[in-house]
Design a protein around this ligand. Structure first.
Ligand SMILES: Cc1ncc(COP(=O)(O)OP(=O)(O)O)c(N)n1
Ligand SMILES: Cc1nc(C(=O)O)sc1CCOP(=O)(O)O
Ligand SMILES: [Mg+2]
Length: 223
């Protein structure tokens, strides 16, 4: 298996939905199904924080959500838990600065997709040297979802990374909605990653649809 190409990943990262059971008011299976119907292009299973499942229950939910992703050909990544990603033969893993080192994870996962969180240029450069396929950069806007998130940086951080020569695919994260997604793309991101904008929406399908439209419109402006 070969590493995914930059072009294919850029295309897939446009609307990146992240979710765990504690991010939803409805059953996660239904939320993810609706999100896919609305047009999400990438999925991360992030079972973390207050009330999160563990052990066999976590594995069972991961398998259930992976099966929906497989049905619709949506890449399925696991947050933090490299061993779970390997056990499920997931499409990849997302890790942050406080998780296992990216070069060690790259060795463990071979050609699977590796996403790494970066908050500044140094972290971005190191992640790339260590084998990241894409960067998650945030928080762009204030978020209530991640309790230990850093201070919101605004879209300027994305512009700065691009001006300093970072060319690998980037998704913005943190407080992103259909109303501010265009700013994120215009500043240099290839896509937006969201939790609550979809997981807590009255209609996850409609919310995903609006996000996809905002992102696609902003990407077309850039062409
Ligand atoms: C796409 C994406 N970007 C950033 C993160 C955050 O990762 P991390 O800093 O490791 O924090 P946790 O999500 O593990 O709490 C992400 N998960 N996905
Ligand atoms: C998981 C995560 N990581 C962040 C970072 O800045 O690295 S912010 C965040 C939470 C994103 O949730 P919402 O879309 O509901 O704001
Ligand atoms: Mg992490």
């Amino acid at each position: 298996m070969e590493r995914i190409s930059t072009k294919q990943l850029q295309e897939q990262l446009r609307v990146y939905f992240i979710m765990g059971s504690n991010n939803c008011e409805k059953h996660p299976f239904d939320v993810l199904t609706e999100a896919i119907e609305g047009g999400i292009t990438f999925f991360q299973f992030r079972e973390k924080g207050h009330g999160a499942l563990s052990g066999a229950e976590k594995v069972a939910l991961a398998k259930e959500l992976q099966a929906i992703c497989r049905k619709y050909s949506i890449p399925f990544l696991v947050n933090d838990d490299v061993e779970l990603a390997l056990a499920l033969d997931a499409d990849g893993v997302h890790i942050g600065q406080e998780d296992e080192r990216a070069d060690i994870v790259r060795r463990k996962i071979g050609a699977k997709i590796l996403g790494v969180s970066a908050h500044n240029l140094d972290e971005a450069k190191r992640a790339i040297e260590q084998g990241a396929d894409y960067l998650g950069v945030g928080p762009i806007f204030p978020t209530n979802t991640k309790t230990d998130a850093k201070e919101a940086q605004g879209v300027e951080v994305l512009r700065h990374l691009r001006e300093q020569g970072i060319t690998i695919p980037i998704v913005g994260i943190g407080g992103i909605t259909a109303d501010n997604a265009k700013e994120v793309i215009r500043a240099g991101a290839d896509g937006v990653s969201v939790i609550s904008a979809i997981s807590l929406a009255n209609s996850p399908k409609e919310s995903a649809k609006q996000l996809a439209k905002a992102v696609d419109d902003a990407l077309h402006e850039k062409k």
